[in-house]
Each structure stands twice: as structure tokens, then as C-alpha cells.
Design a protein around this ligand. Sequence first.
Ligand code: FE
Ligand code: MN
Length: 356
Amino acid sequence: MPSEPQSVTASFSVPATAAGSQREKTILNSSTTDPNKILPMKYQWARGHYKTGVANNWVPEEVNMQKDVETWKSPTALSPEERRLIMHNMGFFSTAESLTANNLVLIVYKHITNPECRQYLLRQAYEEAVHTDTFIYCCDTLSLDPEEVYNMYITIPSIKDKDEYVVEMTKSILDPNFNTQGTVNIQKFVHDLVGFYVIMEGIFFYAGFVMMLSFLRRNKMVGVAEQFQFILRDESVHLAFGVDLINTIVDENPAIWTPEFQQTLRANIKRAVDFEKRYVDDCLPTGGVLGLNAQSIYQYVEYIADRRLKKIRLGAEYGSKNPFPWMSEIMDLRKEKNFFETRVTEYQTAGSLKWD
Ligand code: FE
Ligand code: MN
């Protein structure tokens, strides 16, 4: 059974094997883990990601949207294709952020009892709330129709497919009787973590990032694009935490890492790449927009998928090169942000610009 104490009394009781518990502490099914006792800490990576998250703090209101409002209201400043691309990405992200937050709080948090990991999960949950708030802010400032934006996960098939894929993939552990005891259940749990972290946050967000950051490059809708830039920076930390979590579970439970299981995970990621390509087709007109075409974004999605596969030690699938080296450059421009005259304050000069 899960080791999480059921009452306050139980939660402060001394574990029977307290001596040497640091050595025996494991991520899952640890009889020596007291969720209320964060020190001494075993998993320093969880602490590191927490500190990075705090250093990257931001809120959507810091981004000036005035120029975007003028551009959005102008009948000629944007082409219909550019508007479609923005609306599709609003539609996907506006509900995907909440889906991620709910998965995190209702599923991942329940089964990860290690206190330093939970400290990070709380930080991540807050960041997802900031992201959800970002789309409220964008809808408000641009006067978008909330019924339209927040229904796109139902009305736009390529968005619906991505969301349904993630929901379907993470179904088994939603069962209230699910626990992480035994090889099969741990495989289910890791399978679903790959669905949350690697596929949803690590692949399904990235075609959108490249499309929206293309506006930044063209100096159009710079406020919205900058909001996406901040979200991207947060998501790269979420993904890094997810990868460390998955790899640690695998290291501590090597029996789950069978060739069959690895094959299943790889197949899931390949399917996700196909869903993401369909989403790209839906967002972009034939012939492309903003100097982007579907083929180059496909290649980017493959490049990103290879990186994720390698991070969870599955080896590359596509061998695609990064077609958008400017994606990493655009992240490095942050200190010269007044070039775009969009943001006057630096929240935290030490903010990590880790690009993934
Ligand atoms: Fe998010
Ligand atoms: Mn996230």
C-alpha cells in the first residue's frame, strides 16, 4: 500500500527504520518516506528544479499588450492566416494548461510522496496556474470570444485528438484503486508520466512555441509571443523535472525497463509526433505563413522528439536536425528585451535561460 500517512498523528510518527532511511529512501513505495519531512534531502535534482522555477518567476501582467491590441484590432495588420495560427494556438494552450495542472495535482501528486519532489510539484502547479492566467489575460486584452477559444479543444479535431490522446494514455492510473506496487503498476505509472511530461509538455507544446515565437522574430504580436516565450521557459523546466523523475524511477526499479516496455513508450512518442504534425497542418495554410512551412515544423517536431527519446534513454528515432536555430537564439535575447520595448522590468537577473 502507499506509504502516505492517513492522519496527522501518523504523519509525524517516526518510521520504524529511521536510522539509515536516507539510504533506503526511494521515489515510489518507500516505507521510510515521511511526506512532511523534507530534510535531509535525497533527490537534489528536485531541489534544483524548484530553485530554477522560483528564479524564473513572472506574471502575465508584466507584458505590455498595447501594441498587440492595436495590431489585433487593425483590419490590415495581420493576414487571415496569421490570425488563424494565433487562434489555434490560443485554443490548444488555453485548455491544455488546465489539463496539465489537473493531471499534476490529482494524479502525480498522489503517488509521488517524496517531499522534495512534492515541493517541486507544488511549484509546477503554481506555474500552470500562471499559464492558465496568461490565456485569461490574452482573451481579456484582445477581447477574444472565450466561448470560441475555450471550445476549440472540442471543435477543432487536431486539438481534440491531442487532448484525447493524453487523457486516454493516462487513464489507468486515474482509477482510485490504482497503486504503484509491483512491476506492472510501476510500468503503468511511468507510461503515464511519459504521457504527461514527455508527450504533453515536451512535444505537444513545441510546434505551438515555434509558431508563436515566429511572431517575435517578425516583430508582430510581440506581447502574445513574449507570453509564450515565458511559458516555454517554464515548460522546459517541467520537462527536465519529468525526465529526472522518470529516470530515477527506472533506476530504482530496473525490472520495469524491459524491451517490450521501451518499445511501447517509443511507439507512444511516435504516435504523438504524428498527432503534432496533424496539428501543424491545421494551423498553417498551404504554402506557410511567417516564413514557416509545415515541412520545417514537422522536422522541428521530430528533432524535439529525438531529444526527448534520448533523455529517457530510448535513442533517437528520426535523426532530424534543428531547422530553427533561431529558437535558441531568441531565448538568449532576453537581456536585450528592451529592443522590442515590451518589458521594462527584469524580475530576476539570474533567471535561468535553460533551453531544451
Ligand atoms: Fe504550462
Ligand atoms: Mn507545464
